[in-house]
Design a protein around this ligand. Structure first.
Ligand SMILES: Cc1cc2nc3c(=O)[nH]c(=O)nc-3n(C[C@H](O)[C@H](O)[C@H](O)COP(=O)(O)OP(=O)(O)OC[C@H]3O[C@@H](n4cnc5c(N)ncnc54)[C@H](O)[C@@H]3O)c2cc1C
Length: 423
């Protein structure tokens, strides 16, 4: 059949109109995943769903900061083993390579099929993932809040500017001064974190201000990798690091006199610091609380098979913000949970088969030059919680080569983890 020039143009116009409207129809039918929090857990799930879905799921990631500063290896910056800039990661590959729609905004709440942003606009979702990390329970402490932490007594437990402030304070301290690290009660982000920090600070002080001390005040009566840290401190920094455990306060939380950099225990004992690193008790990131995901508790309860909230259907919570059973709150855990969650989300949104969940974690701590220790475990979805199946830990009396190999593994892990998420 022959078409006239006029008919040909009409057909071309109709085809053009169809072509223009087709993506709209397809887009409307494409299920929407909105992920709140572009940290280790949230960015991992956004990338993994986008990579697996290949356009079959429309993935949006809401993150308030343009750069992600890792907390892991932030202690190494304090010890001069890592540059501050190396902690920063951007979202360029997330957008350009994986096609994730990255929105830099503060999310206010999640629920009823929409994420509400602080400017009042909304993002509709078929499924949502909430991974906001932690916030601090300042309400438990008199005279201590985020303003004081940002200017005077840094917790430096979210990386970023407070980390710079803490390092400046340590570098400005007189030789012979005392750095006090007041650690939080369980559960909290990165159980070995405060003790790795004590090690890194002691390492720096031993080179630059050798008459100084590091005092750890702990509301707990024991801590992560305790035998291994104690062995390392005695060996590498003899007489420099002192740990005062929870027996001294009966586990009660201390009072902070921030202006005088003094920690006052429940039985009125006072510990004065030249530099005070006070790490408060923790809870899930505020948006999880405001969205009803934590119920009456501090952490979001989830189904261990899928990481879906037990309180708000269609919303998954992972990383530090969830009640993660036997798993520690770590970056490795958040990334492992994200892979399980990505499968569950794909199954729910596209019908793709999900495999039985398996979770893993390893926490490496650098305690000195070429001196690493580690603890790790495997986990399964148990009865209502994530359950440990088996684990391993470095041994005391390991030789130098083993410590050096463990330290090198830790450095390798950082590169692998950050390129898995942001590459
Ligand atoms: C000193 C220290 C050392 C550590 N070392 C290790 C280690 O060696 N290995 C390890 O595995 N883990 C380590 N961790 C723990 C690790 O950093 C955390 O467990 C991990 O970051 C948790 O990931 P997440 O996604 O839950 O939270 P995060 O990584 O904190 O991400 C949360 C993201 O959500 C964003 N966000 C929050 N609320 C909103 C909102 N309302 N709107 C928009 N965006 C929002 C935040 O800006 C942030 O980017 C360490 C932690 C510390 C403090």
């Amino acid at each position: 059949m022959e078409f006239s020039r006029r008919q040909t143009m009409q057909i071309a116009a109709a085809v053009g109109a169809a072509a223009l409207s087709a993506p709209n129809i397809a887009r409307a039918a494409t299920p929407k995943l909105v992920v709140v929090g572009g940290g280790t857990g949230g960015a991992s799930v956004a990338k993994y769903v986008a990579a697996a879905a290949k356009g079959a799921v429309d993935v949006t990631l809401v993150e308030r900061n343009p750069l992600y500063m890792t907390c892991y290896f932030s202690n190494l910056y304090l010890g001069d083993h890592w540059d501050f800039d190396r902690l920063a990661h951007n979202y360029e590959a997330m957008k350009a390579v994986h096609g994730v729609n990255v929105v830099h905004a503060h999310a206010q709440s999640v629920g009823d099929g929409a994420v509400t942003l602080s400017d009042g606009s909304t993002l509709a979702y078929d499924r949502a993932v909430v991974a906001p990390g932690i916030d601090f329970k300042y309400e438990l402490y008199e005279g201590f809040d985020e303003e004081i932490a940002s200017t005077l007594v840094p917790h430096a437990y979210k990386s970023g500017n407070q980390l710079l402030l803490l390092k400046q304070q340590i570098m400005g301290m007189e030789d012979g001064g005392t750095v006090v690290i007041a650690t939080p009660p369980n559960p909290y982000r990165c159980p070995p974190g405060p003790y790795e920090r004590a090690s890194m600070i002691a390492g720096w002080l031993s080179k630059h201000k050798p008459a100084s001390k590091v005092l750890i005040l702990d509301p707990k009566s024991k801590h992560s990798k305790q035998g291994l840290f104690t062995e390392a401190w005695n060996r590498l920094y003899p007489g420099m690091v002192e740990w005062v455990g929870g027996d001294f306060t009966g586990g009660a939380l201390p009072v902070v006199d921030a202006k005088n950099r003094t920690v006052i225990t429940a039985d009125d004992e006072e510990f004065e610091a030249d530099v005070l690193n006070f790490i408060p008790a923790q809870k899930a990131g505020q948006i999880a609380i405001d969205s009803g995901l934590t119920g009456d508790g501090d952490w979001a309860s989830v189904d261990p098979m899928t990481l879906e909230s037990t309180l708000v259907p269609g919303v998954h919570v992972l990383g530090d913000a969830c009640a993660n059973g036997d798993m520690p709150k770590s970056g490795f855990s958040a990334n492992s949970q994200a892979k399980v969650c990505a499968q569950a989300v794909m199954a729910a949104m596209t019908g793709k088969k999900a495999f039985p969940p398996r979770f893993r974690n390893t926490c490496w701590s650098l305690v000195g030059d070429d001196y690493g220790i580690k603890v790790g475990a495997n986990y399964k979805a148990g009865d209502g919680k994530i359950e440990k199946t088996d684990g391993f830990i470095s041994q005391t009396n390991e030789d130098d080569a083993t410590h050096a190999a463990t330290a090198a593994e830790g450095f390798g892990w950082y590169e692998a983890m950050t390129s898995d998420i942001f590459g």
